[in-house]
Each structure stands twice: as C-alpha cells, then as structure tokens.
Ligand binder design. Sequence first.
Ligand SMILES: NC(=O)c1ccc[n+]([C@@H]2O[C@H](COP(=O)([O-])OP(=O)(O)OC[C@H]3O[C@@H](n4cnc5c(N)ncnc54)[C@H](OP(=O)(O)O)[C@@H]3O)[C@@H](O)[C@H]2O)c1
Length: 275
Amino acid sequence: MANRVAVVTGSNKGIGLAIVRALCQQFPGDVYVTARDVGRGQEAVASLVSEGLKPKFHQLDINDLNSITTAADYFKEKYGGVDVLVNNAGIAFKVADTTPFAVQAEVTLKTNFFATRDMLTHFLPIIKAGGRVVNVSSFVGSRTLNQCSLALQQRFRSEDITEDELVGLMQQFVDETKKEQHKQGGWPETAYGVSKMGLTTLSMILARRLSKERPNDGILLNACCPGWVRTDMAGPKAPKSPDEGAVTPAYLALMPPGATEPHGKFVSEKEVQSW
Ligand SMILES: NC(=O)c1ccc[n+]([C@@H]2O[C@H](COP(=O)([O-])OP(=O)(O)OC[C@H]3O[C@@H](n4cnc5c(N)ncnc54)[C@H](OP(=O)(O)O)[C@@H]3O)[C@@H](O)[C@H]2O)c1
C-alpha cells in the first residue's frame, strides 16, 4: 500500500510551518512543506531538519492553477492520493495599508477564497478514504458574518446554500467594492473577514457534499481558527506562538480513524463553535 501523506499549503513560515512541525512529530507518514517560492520552502525544510524532523517538499502556489494540478498529479501518482490536506496559505493587508479597498478586496478574496477553493476542487477528488481536510479560516470570519445584513447572514448560515451561490456572493462583494456599493449591499468593511467567512461557509458546503457523495469514506472536513498568533501576518503582540496556533489545525488533521465528528464545522481551541 502507498505511504500515507500529509500536505500543508503556505508552510514555509508562520502557522503553516508549525503545523508541519506538529504533523512530523505525530502523523504516521510523509509530511510535505509546500511553498510558492522554492527557495523559501527549502529553507523551511532545512530548519525542520535541523530540529531532527524529516519533512519533504513540493512547490505549490495556490494562485497558480498549473501549480495546483501539477502538485495534485504528483501526490496521486506517488501516494495514490492525499490523506491529510491543510489549506493554510492566506494573506492579509495590514491595517495601515493604503491600497484602495476595492483592490484589497479583489486580492484578498483571490487567495483566501478563490484559490483555496481551486485547491479543494482539485484535491478533494484525490483525498483518500479516512482522509482529513482542514481549512485554516479565522474567528474574524465569524465576526464578519454577524456584521452582514440579515439577508446575507441568512444565506451564509443556510443549509441549502450551494457552492455556485457562495461563489456568486463572493464575486458580488468584490464587484460592489469597485462601485463603492458594498455597504448598501449589506457587507461590512473587511475584505479579510469576508474572505474567511466565505472559506468557512465553503467548508460547510463541501462537507455536506462529501457526506452525500462519499458516505462510506469517513472523510472529515472542517474549518478552524488557530487563535491570534505571532506571525508576519498578525505581528509580535499576538498572544500565541506559532506552535500554539498549530494545535487546533493539527488536532483536526489527526482525528483518529473511525471518528465521525467534527465534520463541516468551524472549530476553535479544539471546540466546535456556533455559526
Ligand atoms: N496569525 C494569526 O493570528 C491568524 C489568525 C487567524 C487565522 N490565520 C490564518 O492562518 C493562516 C496562516 O497565517 P500566518 O499568520 O501563519 O501568516 P504568514 O506568516 O503571513 O504566512 C502565510 C503563509 O501563506 C503563504 N502564502 C500566501 N499566499 C500563497 C500562495 N498564493 N500560495 C502558497 N502559499 C501562499 C505565505 O507564503 P510566502 O512566504 O511566500 O508569502 C506564507 O507561507 C492564514 O490562512 C491566516 O489567514 C492567522
């Protein structure tokens, strides 16, 4: 039987690197650092090797469809699929950044929502039975949901929202920011928050689909928040170390064989949160 394999996106630094460290210590199989930049990825591998760990590396830029399909083909060919996928790669503009909001909206949703969705489109079909999929979202997405119009809240919380409808809503937000109409459209002024609200909702939609289409495969797919973590994204004042931020994502990635929940949930501090 092919070896088991775990893949973490955006794992050359920050929480992703710490998730790879935790999986190298606890996952019975190969664990891949992936990074859009090969040099930064190999430096990360070297730093883990110097700690006595044995990660592997594959290039993966989630904004590049060719890079996604090349990586998916590689894991399919070498391992017969993927056992654990952690979609961790993400971006955020700094609060002080003066880039126009419409540009921030387009760029942030491109990576955090649309590119992560591309990852899921191409990797879900190769997730093996018993696989675990973890989407690193944020509590900011939950806060953003509560700040949306009641009509939008109702859609994001509904059990019958489809992937197409969600994609349409995310695109609608981006389009409305260009016309400065997003506030009238019921959206709060946070591109990062909307992107993570979309990612959490997507996780719930895809989990429902997995349960329907592959009911006997025992795959668990969840979104989570790592907490507020000291990384280049969140800055030095955050209370958690990257290793502490990796605890909940690694917990979900390592749910034991036969576990049936959580699935399709938003999880923080190892606890299912209301949505
Ligand atoms: N830090 C927090 O407090 C916090 C809280 C809630 C959620 N999160 C989420 O946790 C995840 C990790 O954040 P972090 O704090 O560790 O941030 P970070 O230190 O800025 O690391 C982000 C990682 O994502 C990678 N990345 C960005 N765009 C990519 C792309 N197109 N393809 C592949 N990799 C890409 C970056 O690679 P490069 O080095 O090449 O840029 C980097 O490795 C993000 O999804 C973030 O939204 C963080």
